[in-house]
Design a protein around this ligand. Structure first.
Ligand code: 13P
Ligand code: SF4
Length: 301
């Protein structure tokens, strides 16, 4: 009898589909994915793929970004309740109100936001290019940065430039405590700390490197360092360990789990391909406006 993985591969061929997965996906999902990456890498991939059907293993805003960039394609998310709490911390209505208080400001939205919010923005960014995107804004312009307060404050500090920052946050990265870093450092004195800029300030201040998940993979591969404490969602350890068998990676805390990323599993991927569900679509007017902010980001990074 065919295994789930074999059934997925067969159906994938029949449907002309490709499976792409975020770095936080469960190990079993990353193992069957054709491509795994961070938010920026997945946006780029979604824009250039030839396949007609993309099974997007990640959270809803990521699949929505793919639907905005490729409106002619069928984008499937295997669990329609896989959302991102941070993305839900701002609505388009709230953003319009903030914009009305600062009518000349340039609005930058972290990719972890809804299509409706992206449609209200001038520029989109991810954790790997937020600094460069904000730096591209003329110095005499105010910047409104939504929705992640931690990424916003990281960029503000890097650029030495005041921004109007929304107070959204990632519940998963907020569960990482400074005592977790101090404990792991004491256990592994030679290890370098790689932290995600979605982490709160006390964690960012203790980190050796602040990197997106894709940049962590690249740094781990290219650097001579051999031991790392990884301060982000634990799913990334799968890739780090697979790609660097001679190096050691320590999870900062077993509470650094994103329950939404973990809603997807191989059974649901098979179900998605069998039933061509759940289709992620964005109303055309919203998609057309949101696409501009994403395409500007892709041009600048
Ligand atoms: P990156 O993969 O871009 O580093 O983002 C992490 C994240 O939390 C996405 O939700
Ligand atoms: Fe959202 Fe945080 Fe989960 Fe990323 S890790 S999808 S920001 S809740």
């Amino acid at each position: 009898m065919a295994t789930i993985e074999e059934k997925i591969q067969k159906l994938k061929r029949e449907r002309g589909a490709i499976i792409i997965a975020h770095n936080y996906q469960p190990d079993e999902v990353q193992a069957i994915a054709d491509f795994t990456g961070d938010s920026l890498e997945l946006s780029r991939k979604a824009a250039e793929l030839e396949e007609e059907v993309i099974v997007f293993c990640g959270v809803h805003f990521m699949a929505e970004t793919a639907a905005i960039l490729s409106p002619e394609k069928t984008i499937l998310i295997p669990d329609r309740f896989a959302g991102c709490p941070m993305a839900d911390m701002i609505t388009d209505e709230q953003l319009r109100e903030k914009k009305s208080e600062h009518p000349d400001a340039v609005v930058i939205c972290y990719v972890n936001s809804s299509a409706a919010v992206k449609a209200e923005c001038d520029l989109c960014c991810t954790s790997s290019n937020a600094r460069a995107i904000a730096a591209s804004v003329p110095a005499d312009k105010e910047i409104i940065f939504v929705p992640d307060t931690h990424l916003g404050h990281y960029v503000q500090k890097e650029l030495g430039r005041e921004m109007i920052i929304w107070d959204g946050y990632c519940p998963t990265h907020s569960r990482i405590r400074d005592v977790d870093i101090l404990r792991e450092r004491a256990k592994h004195p030679n290890a370098k700390v790689m932290a995600h800029p979605e982490c709160p300030k006390q964690i960012r201040d203790l980190a050796d490197y602040l990197l997106s998940t894709g940049q962590m993979c690249q740094h781990a591969k290219e650097s001579d360092e051999t031991e790392f404490i990884v301060a982000t969602e634990m799913g990334l350890l799968y890739r780090l360990r697979n790609e660097n068998p001679g190096k050691q990676f320590y999870a900062v805390s077993d509470r650094a789990l994103c329950p939404n990323m973990k809603k997807i599993n191989v059974e649901k991927v098979l179900w998605a391909l069998e039933n061509m569900q759940y289709r992620v679509t964005v109303p055309q007017e919203t998609a057309d406006k949101a696409r501009r902010s994403i395409e500007r980001m892709l041009e600048l990074s």
